[in-house]
Design a protein around this ligand. Structure first.
Ligand code: ZN
Length: 370
């Protein structure tokens, strides 16, 4: 089914005010026919509960079906997972891809890693279930509905279908669990939580501004994000000779592992045509080194790739950060932001949807926030 006709990828608008989130739907196959069985439909994250409703309506209206072949939950934060329960409740879902951190296989012996002596593996599992309630509810719903659940760990050695999980590896995922917000205090404060805490307290200070242009880049490789974000499933979609990268809220260590996997396989990055800007465009999740591999390391004012970011209407200056959109644009990947409206990316043989108009990308900023 992968070698015919085309694909469409929809980023739905998520979130009120400053709160961003992800709700993504895609379908591929003979999507121009009136036969919905000739396509494959996938949902990647469902935003908040109201975005889940919007996803259901969107798929029924534009994909002409109430069947979703696969739902992927990148990570358990509410702005990604809450809406997925609505999709499972209101549509026919054939498979669910999500992490289940509370399973015994991920938490055997985990109690040794915490400061407090009375912590048990079971109490950690319970805290994960309680702290990640929306994700746990999603899992329970899938079990009740007898929907097959698979955990998204690195597919080594290529594709078995159109979608491939590049990361996290199971080892890396399990190493992140002691730093999840809902677990007790870990014995060794990892560099992640220390630096993350310090960085957040600096936000209260006045925001400094820096000059940027095509040649001056202030984005660095030192950004830190939460353990939950780094646990995000990173997915590569391929259709004929084109590749598309979905990043969830993954941060620099997680993305580096995924990108290095491809580098090691001799992947041709020229075939990567579309990149989701990670974590709503936060400057803590991406750096020049990864972008140099994914896109290129020279200023390229010709558009060679497309980038989408799910960002709330009032998400700026954090979502997306100007130095991030500049970094993509500078390399030849202009960024389009949802900011309250839906965005559609499609293969070149698919006509623009009736009633939709072309979007404009974010221009180069000459001043960026610290
Ligand atoms: Zn998020």
């Amino acid at each position: 089914m992968n070698n015919e006709i085309g694909y469409e990828i929809d980023f739905l608008p998520v979130g009120e005010g400053e709160k961003s989130g992800d709700a993504i739907a895609l379908h591929w196959g003979n999507i121009l026919s009136n036969d919905p069985t000739k396509q494959t439909v996938v949902v990647i994250d469902g935003g908040f509960a109201d975005s889940g409703e919007a996803l259901v309506e969107h798929i029924k209206k534009y994909y002409q079906t109430s069947t979703v072949n696969c739902v992927i939950s990148t990570h358990p934060d509410n702005d990604h997972v809450s809406g997925l329960s609505v999709v499972l409740e209101k549509m026919t879902v054939n498979c669910l891809v999500m992490h289940r951190p509370w399973l015994k296989e991920h938490t055997n012996g985990i109690s040794d890693l915490f400061v407090h002596g009375r912590v048990t593996d079971k109490s950690v599992r319970n805290r994960l279930k309680e702290g990640l309630d929306a994700a746990y509810q999603l899992e329970q719903l899938a079990l009740n509905k007898r929907i097959q659940i698979t955990e998204p760990f690195t597919d080594v050695g290529g594709y078995s279908g159109a979608l491939r999980i590049l990361g996290p590896t199971q080892d890396y995922y399990e190493s992140l669990l002691p730093d999840f917000r809902s677990t007790p205090q870990a014995k060794q404060e990892s560099s992640i939580s220390t630096l993350f805490g310090r960085a957040s307290s600096a936000v209260a200070n006045a925001v400094k501004k820096f000059a940027e242009n095509w040649d001056i880049e202030t984005l660095d490789n030192d950004g830190e994000t939460s353990a939950e974000n780094n646990s995000s499933a990173i997915t590569l979609f391929h259709f004929n000779d084109e590749y598309i990268l979905f990043t969830g809220d993954a941060g620099i260590p997680a993305l580096t592992q995924a990108v290095n996997l491809l580098v090691g396989e001799g992947f041709n990055f020229a075939k990567l045509k579309f990149i989701q800007v990670p974590h709503h465009g936060s400057q803590r999740n991406i750096g020049p080194t990864i972008l140099n591999t994914l896109i290129g390391n020279r200023v390229n004012q010709t558009k060679i790739k497309t980038a989408f970011v799910s960002a709330a209407k009032d998400g700026e200056p954090k979502h997306p950060a100007k130095k991030v959109t500049n970094a993509f644009l500078r390399r030849g990947a202009p960024v389009y932001a949802t900011q309250g409206k839906g965005l559609l990316h499609r293969s070149s043989n698919i006509p623009l949807r009736a009633g939709w108009s072309s979007a404009s990308s974010i221009q180069l900023y000459t001043e960026v926030e610290e």
